[in-house]
Design a protein around this ligand. Sequence first.
Ligand SMILES: CC(C)(COP(=O)(O)OP(=O)(O)OC[C@H]1O[C@@H](n2cnc3c(N)ncnc32)[C@H](O)[C@@H]1OP(=O)(O)O)[C@@H](O)C(=O)NCCC(=O)NCCS
Length: 196
Amino acid sequence: MNKIVLESDSLILRDIKETDIINIFNKVSPLNVRKYLSTVPQPYTLENAQEFVKMKLDNQLLEKRTSFDLAITQKSLNSSGIDSLELIGIISLSKIDYFMGKATIGYWLGEEYWGKGIMSKAVKRVIEFAFNDLNLNRIEIEAVVENIGSNKVIQKNGFVFECVQKQAMRSKATGKLHDGNTYSLLKEDWGKSFKI
Ligand SMILES: CC(C)(COP(=O)(O)OP(=O)(O)OC[C@H]1O[C@@H](n2cnc3c(N)ncnc32)[C@H](O)[C@@H]1OP(=O)(O)O)[C@@H](O)C(=O)NCCC(=O)NCCS
């Protein structure tokens, strides 16, 4: 498959590159960013970021990709092209099952960019990609119950709450177990209730 570049009014979501390693390391390292994530190792090292990027570059070569892990970048008036736009976070469409027509969305954003509506817009664009370009039928998202910002991003995008899974998520950063809210969005319901 070709390299992915998804554009919205203010963002460009693009495939991860080797030159993103240092930004991934610097931006996901703070505990505040990792405390509700179950996948980011503890302690988190530059080698972890390198291994992560290598895995994603390998995945980009597959004929039928099982995940799309995209750098979130902000369009800038004085940039000299897509390649110069810096990664400020990652959004992933993963666990893709083309036969079942479903996938999962996960994401994080560097702390200095929180509260500006960026992730709500990034999720909106990835939903569009999943339903329109990949022709999927169902998208799932899980968020720790206490993660107010993430639950809001999900609800604003029209996802429907399905259940709470008790103690289903352990943060690698803190070792704590959390209850997780499970949400889904069906293609047939898409667009009926989002508020972005
Ligand atoms: C969760 C996260 C992705 C939110 O991204 P964001 O770009 O700040 O979200 P938005 O700006 O689109 O905010 C959406 C809504 O949530 C609110 N919000 C965001 N962060 C919040 C917080 N920490 N506490 C309370 N409300 C918050 C915003 O004010 C906005 O509300 P509004 O629409 O009523 O104005 C970001 O905080 C993050 O990366 N956290 C660490 C990683 C993480 O937890 N990932 C999610 C795993 S499921």
